[in-house]
Write a protein that binds this ligand. Structure first.
Ligand code: AGP
Length: 601
């Protein structure tokens, strides 16, 4: 999941590329690089291992000037983390420069077929692509764009790519193409841009043109020429993204994650205002969606990571309020091991980015089978929102930190609202959500409590557990993911009743076990499980809702409707993960090995 930016215009390009890369670093940050051409036969290629800040340092005092360039921040797929594997990749004679997000499945066959006589400088599939472009341009006397297209035509059908190419012989032009890996073309008075994510180029423009699978484009500072997969020129009007560039900044926060945790109460209120009218009736949900779900005999929620965990909670709302049996599936499993489906299934895809390749693979399959689908996402105009029959926004605003927080609670809220719209829940959801927003803020304002808990329970610890039953078990797996993905503490989220069937053997003196207790029906049982692990030396930390709390519990959660308690119980887990990570001196927003949007399978 690499980040790509390019610009060709009237202003100096380097500052724009570096600022754009900073905004894209959440997509991957193993290495980064830029290629700039100043249009008078002078060009610059600079690549560095590590963060964008290292690249920025490397570009200083090099006299880099020019008004057209491309840049890339990498999340390694083919080839290790090194400067030689960093993008942009250059053709042997220094004519072509290419950045790429995706995977070329048949790169080795192409190398062995066409490039036997070429000395390769990297281990990447991207270099194969740029060497092929150069080969076809020379040997078949093709123009840059035709050589580009010929290379693309040779890629295996399962390949995914977002390409951005420059040719030394046409310095002010950008050539771009995509299939499955998102790319947008931004248009502005001062020039035109290409980007993996609009957020990276909001300083230049809010107006973007979708590049669709199989299309190519040639972009100059004052013209965008778009071509379909047959090379026929097409016209597509730009759409406007109503996000201010400042929304993608950290502002006064040390990390995006803390900003995004803080925003959750506001997002909850935003969602209530968007989906309920003054009288508490549902709005902004097309009746076609609710009617389509009512026709279903089974709902299938498909997602990955945190979004999958949001589905585990949403299942309860759909089953309890609509009476429709609901299954929740991990996208990467469902994609290649599709379960026996009901006669009238309805599919709901949950995704913050709307670009997760595992989820897109399932949606492709579902659409081919003719089943109805809805995507609930944060990024509208994304692949999953575009290719499903319906889409509903979670209105969380840009979520930059790799660890998803506000998108999780926003997804859970939209699932509750949708289930409420379809079914006949016996609660006043608008009123209940208003209480949730108030109590969210109460918890968020108690950061020091969670800082203390994190330091006391997790300092120098290398493993931990979150346990719970029912909805608390669903939150436990999300809580565990938060902690492990940013602090690297090996953490398991576990159904409390299951511990005694094997895993309890891992409990030893001081093992931190966080117990979530918000569900009345099973509170007594979980108390028993807390005693079982404590008896074996565990350091238990009990987070209980007020109505079932006991004297020595470590944190008391305010009470809201029990079905909505996951929206509160997850916040301490988010903040404990945040502070445990700070305590370890790690980068909260950019944990190792990860990227924000996993656009490769
Ligand atoms: C969660 O903190 C991670 N960032 C990751 O699990 C993420 O939720 C997952 O990759 C799914 O992404 P999506 O919501 O954009 O589809």
């Amino acid at each position: 999941m690499c980040g790509i930016v390019g610009y060709t215009g009237i202003n100096q390009v380097l500052p724009k590329l570096l600022k754009g890369l900073e905004k894209l670093e959440y997509r991957g940050y193993d290495s980064a690089g830029v290629y700039v051409n100043n249009g008078v036969n002078e060009d610059f290629l600079v690549r560095e291992q590590g963060r964008v800040s290292m690249l920025e340092l490397a570009t200083k005092n090099k006299g880099i000037s020019g008004t057209a360039g491309i840049a890339h921040t990498r999340w390694a797929t083919h080839g290790g983390v090194s400067v030689k594997n960093a993008h942009p990749h250059m053709s042997s004679d220094g004519r072509f420069y290419l950045v790429h997000n995706g995977v070329i499945e048949n790169y080795d066959v192409l190398r062995d077929t066409y490039l036997k006589d070429i000395k390769l400088n990297s281990e990447t599939d991207t270099e194969i692509a740029v060497q092929l472009i150069d080969k076809f341009a020379k040997e078949e006397e093709l123009s840059a764009v035709d050589a580009f297209r010929k290379m693309i035509s040779l890629l295996d059908e399962n390949s995914a790519y977002g390409f951005l190419l420059m040719d030394r012989q046409t310095p002010g032009l950008l050539y771009t193409a995509k299939k499955k890996s998102p790319l947008l073309i931004g248009v502005a008075e001062e020039g035109n841009v290409v980007t993996s994510d609009a957020a990276a180029m909001l300083d230049v423009t809010n107006d973007f043109i979708e590049l669709m699978d199989g299309e190519t484009a040639i972009i100059s500072k004052d013209k965008v020429s778009l071509f379909d997969e047959h090379g026929v020129e097409i016209v597509r009007e730009p759409f406007t993204i109503n996000i201010d560039a400042s929304e993608t900044d950290k502002g006064v926060y040390p990390y995006y994650m803390l900003k995004e945790v803080d925003e959750q109460a506001v997002v909850a209120r935003t969602l209530s205002q968007h989906y309920f009218d003054e009288e508490g009736h549902i709005k902004n949900i097309d009746s076609q969606i609710t009617e389509a779900i009512k026709k279903a005999d089974r709902i299938y929620i498909v997602a990955a990571g945190t979004s999958y965990h949001a589905g585990l909670v949403g299942k309860r709302y759909f089953e309890q309020w609509t009476g429709i049996p609901t299954e929740v599936h991990i996208a990467s499993e469902f994609a290649y091991d599709q379960p026996l489906l009901s006669n009238k299934p309805f599919f709901i895809f949950l995704s913050q980015s709307g670009e997760t390749a595992d989820s897109r693979e399932v949606l492709d399959n579902i659409v081919k089978q003719g089943y109805p689908s809805l995507t609930i996402a944060n990024v509208m105009n994304s692949t999953l929102t575009r290719e499903a029959d319906f889409a509903l926004p979670i209105l969380a605003g840009p979520e930059i930190a790799v660890a998803s927080t506000k998108a999780y609670t926003a997804q859970v809220i939209v699932e509750a609202i949708l289930a409420y719209a379809v079914g006949d829940a016996d609660i006043d959801l608008k009123h209940e959500l208003a209480r949730v927003a108030v109590e969210m803020q109460v918890i968020i304002d108690q950061k020091e409590v969670f800082n203390d808990i994190a330091k006391t329970a997790l300092h120098n610890r290398h493993s931990a557990f979150y346990i719970g039953r029912g909805l608390d078990a669903a939150v436990a797996v999300e809580a565990a993911l938060k902690l492990k993905e940013i602090s690297y503490v090996q953490t398991e989220g576990f159904a409390a009743g299951e511990l005694k069937h094997g895993t309890i053997s891992l409990i030893e003196e001081g093992t931190p076990v966080f117990a979530l207790l918000t569900q009345e029906k099973t509170a007594g049982l979980v108390r028993g499980e807390i005693a079982q692990v404590a008896a074996r030396g565990a350091k238990t930390i009990v987070l209980a809702s007020e109505s079932i709390a006991k004297e020595n519990d470590d944190y008391i959660l305010p009470n809201v409707n029990e079905l909505l308690m996951p929206l509160l119980a997850v916040i301490p887990a988010q903040l404990i993960a945040y502070y445990a990570t700070l305590d370890r001196g790690l980068d909260v927003d950019r944990p190792r090995n990860l990227a924000k949007s996993v656009t490769v399978q």
